[in-house]
Design a protein around this ligand. Structure first.
Ligand code: HEM
Length: 432
C-alpha cells in the first residue's frame, strides 16, 4: 500500500526526474496536486523506477486512461496485489482478499457479500446512523459554553467514531473491541507513518509476518481477533454479515479459514479508515471554503451533490494498482506483461478533461463521476452506498448544528502516498 523507498523518475525526461511520487515527505505536505496536473499534461502514463526490491511502475494520471485500465480486467489484473509491493506467489496466496482477485474467483466472492451492501440494503441503516451521529456529536460538543463556540480535535471526537460503529452493527463486532480495531486498522493502512505504528513499511518488517496482512504483526493480531469472533459466530449464528460469511458456500464448499481471515480483515479495514478520511477531509474542505458550507446550509437539497463532492475532493484512497497480464498500450505508453500499473484516482479526480474547474470545491457539482470508489470495473467499492450514506448523514447533522467551521490549528496529514488520511484536525465550530 505504500512505497517506503525513495524512487526516482526514470522514464521521460526532466519532469520525471523532478517528481517522485514515492517521496513521502512530499505527500506529508499535502497531496501533490500541482505535480499531478503537470503529469496529466506532459506525461499522462509514465514509468517511474523504484528502489529494489520493488521493480518500478507505470503511473497513470488521466481520468480516461484510469477508466480504460479499470474496465479491462483481462489485461490489468488485481491478482498480483493492489499496492506497490511485489509479493511472492506464496505471500499472495496467504493474504489474498477479494480486492486481490480477478474474475471468475472475484465474481464468486463478491456474490456472497454484494446483497448486504446494495443501495436498498444499506438504506435500512439510515435511522441507526442518524441516531449514532447525534450521540457522537452530543458527546463531542458536551460542555460547550454559552458563547456557542466549540474547539475539538475533529478526527478523534467525531470522524473516527461513526464508521467503526456502523460496521460493528452490520458485521456483529463486539463493542469492547472497537477501539482495538481502529488502532490495528490505523497501524496497517498508515504503515508508512512512524507516528502511527512502530512497524514501519520498508524499515521494520521481518519475514516472520510476510503471510499476514500488510506483512505486519498487527495483521496477525487482526486475524486472531477475527478468528475469535468467527468461532463465536459458529457457535451461535445471528443475522449479521459474519454469520452469513461463515455459512456461505462457493461451488458447494464453505469458505476456507484463510478466506474468512481475509474477508474479515478487508471489511474491517476498508470500511472504517476510508469513511473516516472522507468525513474529516470534508470538514477540512468546509473550513477552507466557508461559503460552500453556507450554501449547503441554505439549501438542504444540495446534500446529495455535497456528499459526492466531499468524496471526490477527499479521495481517501489515492491509488489502486494493477499488473499487466500481457503487452498492451495505454495512453500512448507501451506496457509489457508483468509491469505494475498504478491508477492514481486522486489525479483522475482533478482531471480537467472530465471535471469543469476540477480544483474548485463545489457542493452543487453535477455530474460528478469521481473515481474515489474506483469506477468501471468489478472492484468498484463494495461499501460505496454505505460510505455515501454515512457521509450524507454526518453532513446533515453538522449542518443542523454548526454555522461555521474554522481551523483551530494545523491539520496533520498521515505520512502516506496511499491513504489521504488526517491524524489530527483541530477545528473551531460556531454552533447554531
Ligand atoms: C469513503 C469511503 C470509501 C472509499 C473512498 C473506498 C474506496 C475504495 C476503493 C478505491 C476500492 C477499490 C476499487 C478498485 O479497485 O477500483 C474499494 C474497494 C472495496 N471497498 Fe471501499 N471505500 C470506502 C468505504 C468502504 C466501506 C464502508 C466498506 C464496507 C465494508 C468498503 C469495503 C470495500 C471492499 C470489500 C472493497 C473490495 C471490493 C472488491 O474487490 O470487489 N469500502 N473501496
Amino acid at each position: 500500500m505504500r512505497s517506503g523507498w525513495s524512487g526516482t523518475g526514470t522514464g521521460s525526461g526532466s519532469l520525471l526526474s523532478e517528481i517522485d511520487l514515492t517521496d513521502l515527505d512530499m505527500w506529508q505536505r499535502g497531496v501533490p496536486h500541482a505535480e499531478f496536473a503537470r503529469l496529466r499534461r506532459e506525461a499522462p502514463v509514465a514509468w517511474f523506477g523504484e528502489a529494489p526490491p520493488n521493480s518500478g511502475f507505470w503511473s497513470v494520471h488521466k481520468y480516461a486512461d484510469i477508466l480504460t485500465a479499470s474496465r479491462d480486467v483481462a489485461t490489468f489484473s488485481s491478482a498480483r496485489g493492489i499496492s506497490f509491493e511485489d509479493p511472492t506467489d506464496e505471500d499472495m496466496a496467504a493474504r489474498r482478499t477479494i480486492i486481490d482477485t480477478d474474475p471468475p474467483e472475484h465474481t464468486k466472492l463478491r456474490k456472497i457479500v454484494s446483497g448486504a451492501f446494495s443501495r436498498r440494503a444499506v438504506a435500512v441503516y439510515r435511522h441507526f446512523v442518524e441516531g449514532l451521529t447525534e450521540q457522537v456529536l452530543d458527546a463531542a460538543l458536551a460542555g460547550v459554553g454559552a458563547a456557542g463556540h466549540a474547539e475539538i480535535e475533529f478526527v478523534d471526537a467525531v470522524a473516527k467514531e461513526v464508521p467503526i460503529r456502523v460496521l460493528a452493527r452490520i458485521m456483529g463486532l463486539p463493542e469492547n473491541k472497537l477501539d482495538l480495531f481502529i488502532d490495528l486498522g490505523d497501524r496497517l493502512i498508515s504503515n508508512t507513518d512512524p507516528a502511527i505504528t512502530d512497524v514501519v513499511w520498508g524499515r521494520d518488517q521481518t519475514d516472520a509476518y510476510r503471510k499476514y496482512p500488510f506483512r505486519s504483526p498487527y495483521g496477525k493480531q487482526l486475524w486472531d481477533l477475527g478468528r475469535e469472533i468467527v468461532r463465536e459466530r459458529l457457535r451461535s449464528p445471528g443475522d449479521d454479515l459474519l454469520s452469513r460469511l461463515v455459512a456461505a458456500e462457493v461451488d458447494g464448499e464453505r469458505l476456507s479459514q484463510v478466506d474468512l481471515d481475509n474477508f474479515f480483515s478487508i471489511l474491517v479495514i476498508a470500511g472504517n479508515e476510508t469513511t473516516r478520511i472522507a468525513i474529516a477531509q470534508g470538514v477540512l474542505a468546509f473550513c477552507q471554503h466557508p461559503e460552500q458550507w453556507e450554501r449547503l446550509r441554505g439549501d438542504p437539497g444540495l446534500l446529495d451533490t455535497a456528499t459526492d463532492e466531499v468524496i471526490r475532493w477527499s479521495c481517501p484512497t489515492n491509488f489502486m494498482r494493477r499488473t499487466a497480464t500481457r503487452d498492451a498500450e495505454l495512453g500512448g505508453a507501451r506496457i509489457r506483461a508483468g509491469d505494475k500499473v498504478v491508477l492514481w484516482y486522486v489525479s483522475g479526480n482533478r482531471d480537467e478533461a472530465e471535471f469543469a474547474e476540477p480544483d474548485r470545491f463545489d457542493v452543487g457539482r453535477s455530474p460528478n463521476r469521481h473515481l474515489s470508489f474506483g469506477r468501471g470495473g468489478p472492484h468498484l467499492c463494495l461499501g460505496a452506498h454505505l460510505a455515501s450514506l454515512e457521509v450524507n448523514v454526518v453532513l446533515a447533522a453538522l449542518a443542523r448544528r454548526v454555522t461555521r467551521f474554522e481551523l483551530a490549528g494545523r491539520p496533520l496529514p498521515i505520512r502516506s502516498n496511499f491513504t489521504n488520511g488526517l491524524r489530527e484536525l483541530p477545528v473551531r465550530l460556531r454552533l447554531a
